[in-house]
Design a protein around this ligand. Structure first.
Ligand SMILES: [Zn+2]
Ligand SMILES: [Zn+2]
Ligand SMILES: [Zn+2]
Ligand SMILES: [Zn+2]
Ligand SMILES: [Zn+2]
Ligand SMILES: [Zn+2]
Length: 237
């Protein structure tokens, strides 16, 4: 069975990662352990959850006004983005709103709103960070790893106990579909090449707007994408 993905111009095949095989996801740049979608001639791989990540998130807690759109490559000149959630850079897939300057890693876009962690007896809530941080607010420190917790980024906290931790310290699992609470079937990026042309539902007005927005974005980055395809050579280190 072959699959197509909007971010890649070849068909992808399912591959089971074997022990000792180092495969890095071209979507989130993290290591792959189970099944991946693979294009061997390009060394292009996608986690299952990265390949099926929805093309947009209608309502994400970080943006009350716009949907976040999944783009395969940052549109910034630098070729990378800084994730609003974890503060790390990324150079592959991101969910973004150009108007609000929101860029999120795929795995950071689906952080659960509440988590429990063995390091604290209360439930921890996702805190979305302050954009215009006043300098007098002192830096906090993560109660799990003891490193600086930048209050501009997302964190998990128990406000009553002033207990705050990094998102990646509190959870290392991606939980896709978490914000897919609307009843529409999420548009999964990966479709079987056989069924690609089918299953076209009447788009809602909102979806039309998103499509137009998508199109605009795609035009903007068509050039960057072409360059990426030409120079795509991920390291397998
Ligand atoms: Zn991935
Ligand atoms: Zn390829
Ligand atoms: Zn992130
Ligand atoms: Zn926005
Ligand atoms: Zn930490
Ligand atoms: Zn507490």
């Amino acid at each position: 069975m072959e699959y197509t993905h909007f971010s890649h111009h070849h068909n992808l095949k399912i591959h089971q990662v074997t022990q000792g095989q180092t495969i890095r996801c071209s979507g989130c740049e993290r290591l792959c352990h189970n099944t991946v979608y693979a294009c061997w001639q390009c060394n292009f791989f996608l986690h299952d959850h990265c390949a099926t990540a929805a093309r947009y998130i209608k309502k994400h807690p970080s943006d009350a006004q716009h949907p976040l759109v999944l783009i395969p490559k940052p549109t910034y000149c630098s070729g990378s983005f800084i994730c609003n959630a974890c503060g790390d850079t990324g150079s592959s897939f991101s969910y973004c709103c150009a108007l609000c300057e929101i860029d999120l890693h795929v795995h950071c876009a689906f952080l659960p709103l509440r988590v429990t962690h063995k390091s604290h007896q209360h439930e921890l809530k996702l805190y979305l960070g302050v954009v215009n941080r006043k300098d007098e607010i002192p830096d906090e420190f993560c109660k799990i790893c003891s490193k600086v917790l930048n209050t501009r980024h997302f964190c998990y906290s128990c406000v009553d106990c002033e207990f705050g931790v990094h998102t990646f310290c509190a959870t290392n699992e991606v939980k896709p579909e978490l914000y897919m609470v609307d009843d529409s079937v999420p548009d999964t990026g990966a479709t079987s090449s056989n069924s690609q042309a089918t299953a076209v539902n009447e788009p809602t007005a909102e979806e039309v707007i998103v499509e137009l927005y998508n199109l605009q974005l795609q035009m903007q980055m068509a050039q960057g994408l072409a360059q990426m395809m030409a120079s795509f050579n991920p390291s397998l280190s």
